[in-house]
Write a protein that binds this ligand. Structure first.
Ligand code: HEM
Length: 421
């Protein structure tokens, strides 16, 4: 699978400089339905069918390019010529302020800064630490289902997927039980940051929650420095190599990012996965009877209905992808959901098949920014589905209440998933 290695391993760099022929070409733009439109949030696959899925197109509403083919997405995300940090391409007050606001988060850094911070964070956020969470995740999942055991119908999102992801990351970080409810509230508010339809009042509330969370983490870092615990916050505070350790700014940005990057996405992986299984009862039955298919089923869920639909880069010089001229300073979106359904990369791509042989999805990104939390997300989804199949073997969609999607175009998930046991 592409994603499993990160780009530090010497993979081909990609990124083509413009030729005289592409420099002449006009933008293959389209108007009408846009990637940024609410319709996209509702059904990106219908929007994709409207686009010419074989090319790179300019989205006039987004004022940026969209790469859709699997090969083009991989090339874009692997290439160091496309940056995360906009100040690498445009030097102006806007990009400088944006850079400052992104803080010291590895997600918005380019190499070599990203490699340094990610290397230090990886010393704390280890595979062993993630694997050690399995029994806690199993217990939490079972307890959440116990709480709705008396109900014939329940909402998988509110009762299961949302609390499970928050409790797992809070437990890993080492958030005190007494702070759990407050932490859950902040996490839920921060997840709203991506909803373009948010009212001004709600935006203020989200900003307040972010500030409070930052204050909470600063205090937690001070406490762990004086009195170390066996938790991820302490491990991050102590993470160092021969020369270096994370600064306070980097620690706080990392903690906020682990929460933001890992919470909504994992919730959505569980929700999208349960929905895909319930919409395909043959696959649900297959998995119920043969749990050895679970890891592959989760990969197929990631491909079939990715929680992250797009990610972006900015061109640091005049470049081209698939013959399309990209100018320095232009944004290019990698349409992960389109690449995951590209017939050139996957046979019969619209079919949900948990026995698919090589599930080569790009849902965790590709290259140097490959998702740091992928092992945790995979483990959580596998356990969540496993426990659900054990406890509710005859689960089905509740015909009285169809699933409701959220309106966050970059993050694809459900607001409500009513089921009957
Ligand atoms: C299903 C769940 C998840 C999905 C689909 C997902 C997706 C992604 C994607 C697409 C990227 C690459 C962004 C880019 O290249 O621009 C990424 C990066 C990242 N993810 Fe995840 N993620 C998930 C869960 C998590 C979890 C659980 C954590 C941590 C608790 C996490 C932490 C990160 C971090 C730290 C990065 C940045 C890595 C870097 O910049 O070097 N993610 N994720």
């Amino acid at each position: 699978m592409h994603g499993d290695s990160d780009g530090d391993s010497g993979a081909p760099l990609g990124g083509h400089e413009q030729t005289p022929a592409t420099r002449q070409r006009t933008k293959p733009s389209r108007s009408g339905l846009s990637w940024a439109a609410p319709e996209f949030g509702a059904d990106p696959y219908a929007v994709l069918r409207e686009y010419d899925a074989k090319s790179v197109v300019y989205d006039t509403a987004l004022e940026g390019w969209i790469a859709m083919r699997h090969a083009d997405v991989v090339e874009l995300l692997r290439s160091p010529l496309y940056a995360k940090d906009p100040s690498k391409a445009i030097d102006g007050p806007y990009t400088r302020v944006q850079r400052a606001m992104a803080g010291s988060s590895m997600m918005f850094m380019d190499d070599p800064d990203r490699r340094r911070v990610r290397g230090l964070v990886s010393r704390a956020f280890t595979r062993n630490r993630v694997d050690a969470m399995r029994p806690r995740i199993e217990l939490t999942a079972a307890a959440l289902l116990d709480a709705v055991a008396g109900q014939i119908s329940f909402d998988v999102m509110a009762a299961y997927a949302v609390p499970l992801s928050i409790i797992v990351i809070a437990t890993m970080l080492g958030v005190d039980d007494s702070d759990r409810d407050q932490f859950k509230e902040w996490s839920e508010d921060l997840a709203l940051e991506y909803d373009p339809s948010l009212s001004a009042d709600m935006r203020d509330r989200v900003a307040r929650s972010r500030n409070e969370l930052v204050m909470y983490f600063i205090q937690a870092i001070e406490e762990r420095t004086a009195d170390p615990h066996d938790d991820l916050i302490t491990a991050l505070v102590r993470a160092h190599d021969e020369r270096d350790q994370l600064s306070l700014e980097e620690l706080v940005s990392t903690l906020v990012m682990l929460l933001v990057a890992g919470n909504l996405t994992t919730t959505d992986l569980i929700g999208n996965g349960v929905l895909a299984l319930l919409e395909h009862p043959d696959q649900f039955d297959l998995l119920r009877r043969d749990r050895s298919l679970l890891p592959n089923a989760v990969e197929e869920i990631l491909r079939y209905d990715s929680p992250v639909t797009t990610t972006d880069r900015i061109a640091t010089k005049d470049l081209e992808i698939a013959g399309c001229p990209i100018r320095k300073g232009e944004w290019v979106w990698a349409a992960l959901v389109a690449a995951n359904r590209d017939p050139a990369a996957h046979s019969d791509p619209d079919r949900f098949d948990i026995t698919r042989k090589r599930v080569d999805h790009v849902s965790f990104g590709v290259g140097s920014h490959f998702c740091l939390g992928a092992p945790l997300a995979r483990l959580e989804a596998q356990v969540a589905i496993d426990v659900l199949l054990d406890r509710c073997p005859t689960l089905s969609l509740d015909p009285a209440s169809p699933p409701k999607r959220r309106s966050t175009p970059a993050f694809r998930g459900l607001a409500e998933l009513a089921v009957r046991r």
